[in-house]
Design a protein around this ligand. Structure first.
Ligand code: B12
Length: 216
């Protein structure tokens, strides 16, 4: 059995070569070999996406390539997520989505899954969500937390709109937690946009949600 870093290098090679079949076979073999799904996501798939992000920063790949690479990564994430245990949701409801105009969905999907594994009922509103919908759903489902996954600077203003809408309707006890590339680049932005907290990854997202919801 190759080491995790060897598997990661191979996975990166497959997505860089836009080889869906190779990636598929590799991840299937990892699952068959009994590698824990969480480890496959955090140690094999996510580091590969980070490496691609680095290449994009250095302008070594173009958006069309990133699109296909992200699609391959997403297919493999979906395959691994199916293997994760289904647990009863004993904690409260959390609303999650991306702000209007933001179609980056991989981080949101992972955060939603990790919250579900931590027993939260997660209402995933999907991509490019209007701020009214975030607020209406939070109120309707008695959620204590709204999670916003924001990767684009110009669409993150949607978070400020959610804050304003909550405050103007007297729901300022509902907390906003944010994450995504934007806040990993500059964590202070979370405060600027009116969020209560940020987390840099899906595991920390669970910790922050627990703290804000008062669940231990
Ligand atoms: C893949 C990708 C795409 C794919 C998205 C495919 C998909 N299905 O999601 C495609 C090709 C479609 C795309 C398009 C664009 N993209 Co793009 N994209 C990326 C890239 C390379 C990776 C994002 C990703 O999926 N990462 C993997 C996931 C797992 O990580 P993550 O999202 O960060 O999530 C983790 C944490 O951040 C955290 N987290 C995430 N959400 C949340 C939420 C909460 C509540 C919490 C607590 C935590 C949390 O936990 C997650 C898991 O650990 C980033 C670079 C980067 N550094 O992020 C650029 C990036 C986000 N894109 C960028 C841009 C500009 C664009 C485009 C405008 C086109 C372009 N010129 O590149 C379009 C815009 C499309 C739109 N309107 O949404 C810029 C944004 C810059 C900015 N400041 O606004 C980035 C940063 C690249 C760059 N360096 O320039 N992109």
């Amino acid at each position: 059995m190759p080491t995790i870093s060897e598997i990661n290098a191979r996975f990166l090679h497959y997505i860089q070569s836009l080889d869906q079949q190779g990636a598929d076979k590799l991840i299937s073999n990892c699952l068959k070999a009994g590698l824990p799904p969480e480890q496959i996501i955090t140690k094999i798939i996510m580091p590969a996406i980070d490496a691609i992000a680095e290449k994009q920063k250095n302008r070594e790949v173009v958006v069309a390539q990133i699109y296909v690479m992200a699609k391959i990564a997403e297919n493999e994430i979906n395959k691994v997520l199916v293997e994760m245990p289904i647990k009863p949701r004993t904690k409260g409801t959390v609303i999650i989505g991306t702000p209007m105009g933001d179609y980056h969905g991989l981080g949101k999907k992972l955060v939603a899954t990790f919250l579900r594994l931590a027993d939260y009922q997660v209402m995933d509103l999907g991509l490019s969500v209007n701020h009214f919908d975030f607020v209406n759903m939070a109120i309707a489902f008695n959620a204590k937390i709204i999670c916003v996954s924001a990767l684009l600077l110009h669409t993150a203003l949607g978070i400020t709109e959610i804050r304003k809408e909550l405050d103007s309707r007297g729901y300022n006890h509902i907390k906003i937690v944010v994450g995504g590339a934007l806040f990993n680049f500059n964590p202070k932005l979370s405060n600027k946009y009116g969020a209560d907290a940020m987390a840099p990854n899906a595991l920390d997202a669970v910790r922050v949600v627990r703290e804000l919801a008062g669940d231990f």
